[in-house]
Write a protein that binds this ligand. Structure first.
Ligand SMILES: [Zn+2]
Ligand SMILES: [Zn+2]
Length: 129
């Protein structure tokens, strides 16, 4: 069980340090630098267990055929349809209110659009026309 714990620690560190919503394959490539003997199925198994225990969350972007992994703190996502980057939006930046009687336990909201970097780039291109 010691080995499993070390694997989990490394995987969790990768996700919490970079905060870039990596896929299992990307996590595997980074984990290999710390633990050269780790294999992809071990990474998958640990990710699955950590999602089940609430240490991590997994989500999919529409149109992507893979899961991405993320910290288990409340926040929202913004997906740029131009560059494909997923930005974190702190929960404090989004005001949502519910006007119904159901009890909300979880929110998985993905905002989509054009990020400010891509929008700035497009303006530059427009001007050069
Ligand atoms: Zn973008
Ligand atoms: Zn996130």
């Amino acid at each position: 069980m010691k080995r499993l714990t070390r694997h989990r620690k490394v995987i969790k560190e990768i996700i919490y340090k970079y905060r870039d919503h990596p896929t299992a394959e990307e996590i595997y490539l980074r984990a290999r630098m710390e633990i050269p003997s780790i294999n992809l199925s071990t990474v998958y198994r640990n990710l699955k267990e950590m999602v089940a225990s609430g240490d991590l969350i997994e989500f999919q972007v529409d149109g992507e055929n893979k899961y991405r992994y993320d910290i288990a703190e409340e926040h929202y996502h913004f997906y740029c349809e131009v560059c494909g980057k997923i930005y974190d939006i702190p929960a404090s930046k989004v005001k949502l209110s519910f006007d119904f009687e159901h009890h909300v336990k979880d929110t998985r909201i993905m905002f989509r659009g054009i990020c400010s970097e891509c929008a700035a780039q497009m303006e530059v291109e427009d001007e050069s026309l």
